[in-house]
Design a protein around this ligand. Structure first.
Ligand code: PLP
Length: 373
């Protein structure tokens, strides 16, 4: 049986070059980057060159990057500090955000009584930003938090338009770019964003490491205290091998971006063409979506829907129903619920997400399995 991994929006396989690089660092660079002796200084050099490399690939300054354990932590840090320390009194978001954002927003609403405004969804799965201008017009201290690429549907946000609107009304803009870092050519200094977040495991790097971009124009306070690491903004001994692995993964992804994007897009197009032929009545959830995510509703009964992922898993095929954290649940996805018709929500939705390591053969295996159900 050939195992087929088509769940790259949940996480990606690590690049062998990244693993080699990390092993080499773990073997020979075990100093604590805060130590002043040669072992520590050497680890510090690796840490700071990783920061410079990421900054170069993201179009920002090294001092604007803070290393964290993942994007969830980075989002918690940013959202909490703007409310707690910078006087933000309103958060504007959407119900289609990842729970890393949604749960943080709810917590802040409860703990700090900030106003929360949810922008609605358009029928194509994008966020309806038509009221954003009038919402921000009163210039109440606000942070807008919207994701760049939706992790379930691939729906895209126009970062420039949203960021320009925010800045015209002196609102801060946090963009969850977890699904696009490594897959999109960022030039942060040309984008009107104050904060973005990333997790290395989404771009062929290791799990357990990510970063926050915090524009140099904004000064936050820490969520985790206990040391002076990361300019005092994120205490705790830096995971040098993880951070170096993340920098390497990003550098490789960006170097091969043009090629990989074309290749992955061709896989997605092939998949959709084959699905349309095999399943008349199939629906794509969202349109003009990001090139590595395809979300479809299959014309199958509710009974089949319930066992679909399990049956595919038995055949060694990994796809997802929504985000990985809710794949086991039978509740409709909180994202699809915002724009998919009620009767379609009863049918099985599949998120198929591709990477540079997939082939057309993987798609054929998935199709054959689905046809056999
Ligand atoms: N935001 C988006 C859009 C995601 O897809 C994910 C992970 O699935 C996260 C945030 C959280 O990432 P992590 O679990 O690595 O912190």
């Amino acid at each position: 049986m050939k195992n087929v991994y088509l769940d790259n929006a949940a996480t990606t396989p690590m690049r062998p070059e990244v693993i080699d690089h990390m092993v080499q660092i773990m073997q020979s660079e075990y100093g604590n980057a805060s130590s002043t002796h040669s072992f520590g200084r050497s680890a510090k050099t690796i840490l700071e060159s990783a920061r410079k490399s990421i900054a170069k690939n993201m179009g920002c300054e090294a001092r604007e990057l803070i290393f964290t354990s993942n994007a969830t932590e980075a989002t918690n840090l940013i959202l909490t500090s703007v409310v707690r320390d910078l006087g933000v009194r309103r958060l504007v978001t959407s119900k289609m955000e990842h729970h890393a954002t949604l749960y943080t927003v709810s917590k802040l609403e409860k703990d700090y009584a900030v106003e929360v405004v949810y922008l609605p969804a358009n029928t194509d799965g994008t966020i309806d930003i038509s009221d954003l201008h009038s919402i921000l017009a009163d210039e109440k201290p606000t942070l807008v938090t919207l994701m760049h690429v939706n992790n379930e549907t691939g729906a895209l946000l126009d970062i420039k338009t949203v960021g320009d609107l925010c800045h015209a009304h002196r609102a801060l803009f946090h963009c969850d770019t977890v699904q696009s870092v490594g897959k999109w050519d960022f030039n942060l200094h040309e984008l009107p964003v104050d904060f973005i977040v990333a997790s290395a495991h989404k771009f062929h790097g290791p799990k357990g490491v990510g970063f926050a971009y915090i524009s140099k124009a904004v000064v936050l306070k820490p969520l985790i205290v206990g040391g002076e690491q990361e300019k005092g903004l994120r205490a705790g001994t830096e995971a040098v091998h993880q951070i170096a692995g993340m920098a390497k993964a990003l550098a490789l992804d960006i170097a091969e971006l043009a090629h990989d994007q074309g290749y992955i897009e061709s896989l997605k197009n092939y998949c959709w063409e084959q699905f349309e032929l095999a399943f008349p009545g199939i629906k794509m959830n969202g349109s003009a979506t990001f090139y590595n995510i395809l979300n479809v509703t299959l014309p199958m009964s509710e009974e089949k829907a319930a066992m679909l992922l399990f049956n595919l898993d038995m055949k060694g095929i990994a796809v997802s129903r929504g985000s990985a954290c809710q794949s086991g649940s039978s509740k409709p996805s909180h994202v699809l619920e915002q724009f998919v018709a009620a009767e379609d929500l009863k049918r099985p939705a599949l998120r198929i997400s591709f990477s540079r390591y997939n082939t057309k053969e993987d798609i054929d295996v998935l199709l054959d399995a689905l046809k056999g159900l």
